[in-house]
Design a protein around this ligand. Structure first.
Ligand SMILES: Cc1ncc(COP(=O)(O)O)c(C=O)c1O
Ligand SMILES: N[C@@H](CCSC[C@H](N)C(=O)O)C(=O)O
Length: 404
């Protein structure tokens, strides 16, 4: 049989050869907890949805293809992915992690560390030399994010994965690709062992489900991941699998439009004098590194105003941008990570990790970009963060103290 042709990602996302017995154009939804057996001795492919479900299989095969993996799994949230992955470790195992991770990731790793289940160390992943020096033959797992949420730090994942495997061939390098999605990054091509994503974000894109996906090329790791998912019962429900497959079809067009808007907004804020963190700007300290690893800068950016009060006024002064956690949705969102998504990281730790309390995060949607810039302009003026000059043109940001 001729090998199956693999098309470009945009095509694969919408191409749906689901092999349905009735040629349904859309993969059918098997909303069933149980499956009858042919006989006592012949169980068939499915028996119970916790163990497996045809709709989940459809989604997982699709995910494996678009992430260039051999095995993929869908679970109930991004944090669910991390829970499954950390269960692969043994008591007391040493793990390394970045020092700017999504707040919930930090919370779970801190919990496991405090309980004594794992020995977790956090290091700045932008300092490659330092990070590499912390990897020892006892390092069992490494957790990376790039660009990080919300400080948009970029790490040299290729060098970290190569070095980790040299020092300990059994070290499992885990990469959270939520910020880039498969459209802009293929971490498995860079030497990562396990990639996971909060599918609540770009993969689904409409903020109407919670989901997470795990992908790997390693059959043994896949077997262990499946064991945990089946044992703990965190597989994604059939209906949410079905919704996620629907969302995935538009991933490429959504995220490309979001990125286009984000680039314009990042330039707009930067031109006003704000310190903008976005890997699409040449001023980003790891601009070239990011370009060498990814196919685009994505649609999340953050910026500082120099004053917590000013930031609060900006966040509360927008109309189109919703004040909400999360990102990757078709709608634009604005937030203050210290108060919202990253509030679970205590103030002392935030300070130690140079986490600016006035940081505003923008998650850009697919709206008309002129409208978004107009909305931000009004909020910036109302907050006093920028002023108009005599010719009624926007004038430099007034309270910013650039720290670049
Ligand atoms: C980078 C990143 N990873 C993982 C998660 C966790 O995903 P979920 O909310 O689907 O559990 C989030 C956000 O919640 C995130 O921002
Ligand atoms: N209350 C939630 C906060 C979720 S933050 C979601 C998202 N990852 C983001 O970065 O905005 C919690 O405590 O987990």
């Amino acid at each position: 049989m001729a090998p199956k042709k693999i098309y470009n990602l945009e095509t694969e996302l919408v191409l749906n050869k689901n092999g349905d017995q009735h040629n349904a154009s859309v993969p059918p939804l098997y909303q069933s907890a149980t499956f009858k057996q042919e006989s006592l001795s012949n169980m068939g492919e499915y028996d119970y949805t916790r163990s497996g479900n045809p709709t989940r299989t459809q989604l997982q095969n699709h995910i494996a293809k678009i992430m260039k993996a051999n095995h993929a799994f869908a679970v109930t949230s991004g944090m669910g992915c991390l829970d499954v992955i950390t269960r692969l470790l043994a008591p007391g195992d040493e793990v390394l992690a970045g020092d700017d991770l999504y707040g919930g990731t930090n919370r779970l790793l801190t919990y496991l560390n405090k309980k004594g289940d794992l020995k977790v160390q956090h290091w700045d992943t932008t300092n490659t030399e330092l990070f590499l020096s912390k990897i020892t033959p006892n390092t069992k797992m490494i957790f990376l994010e790039s660009p990080t949420n919300p400080l948009i730090k970029v790490c040299d994942v290729r060098s970290i994965a190569t070095h980790a495997h040299k020092v300990n061939p059994d070290c499992v390098v885990v990469f959270d690709n939520t910020m880039m999605s498969p459209i802009f990054m293929t971490p498995l091509d860079l030497g990562v062992d396990i990639q996971y994503e909060s599918a609540t974000k770009y993969l689904n894109g409409h903020h109407d489900i919670m989901a997470g996906v795990i992908a790997t090329r390693d059959a043994k790791l896949a077997e262990r991941v499946y064991f945990v998912i089946n044992s703990t019962g965190c597989g994604l429900t059939p209906f949410d699998c079905w919704l996620l497959m629907r969302g995935l079809r538009t991933l490429a067009v959504r995220i490309e439009r979001q990125q286009q808007n984000a680039l314009r907004i990042a330039e707009f804020l930067s031109n006003l004098g704000f310190r903008v963190r976005y890997p699409g700007l040449k001023s980003h300290p790891q601009y070239a590194l990011h370009q060498s690893l990814c196919r685009g800068p994505g649609a999340v950016l953050s910026f500082e105003t120099g004053s917590i009060k000013t930031s609060e006024r900006i966040v509360e002064g927008t109309d189109i941008f919703g004040i909400a956690v999360s990102f990757g949705c078709v709608n634009s969102l604005i937030s203050m990570p210290c108060r919202m998504s990253h509030a679970s990281i205590d103030e002392k730790t935030r300070k130690e990790r140079d986490f600016p309390e006035d940081l505003i995060r923008l998650c850009i949607g697919i709206e008309n970009c002129d409208d978004l810039i107009d909305d931000l302009t009004k909020a910036l003026l109302k907050s006093g963060a920028v002023k108009l000059n005599e010719r009624d043109e926007l004038f430099n940001a007034v309270s910013v103290q650039p720290k670049l």
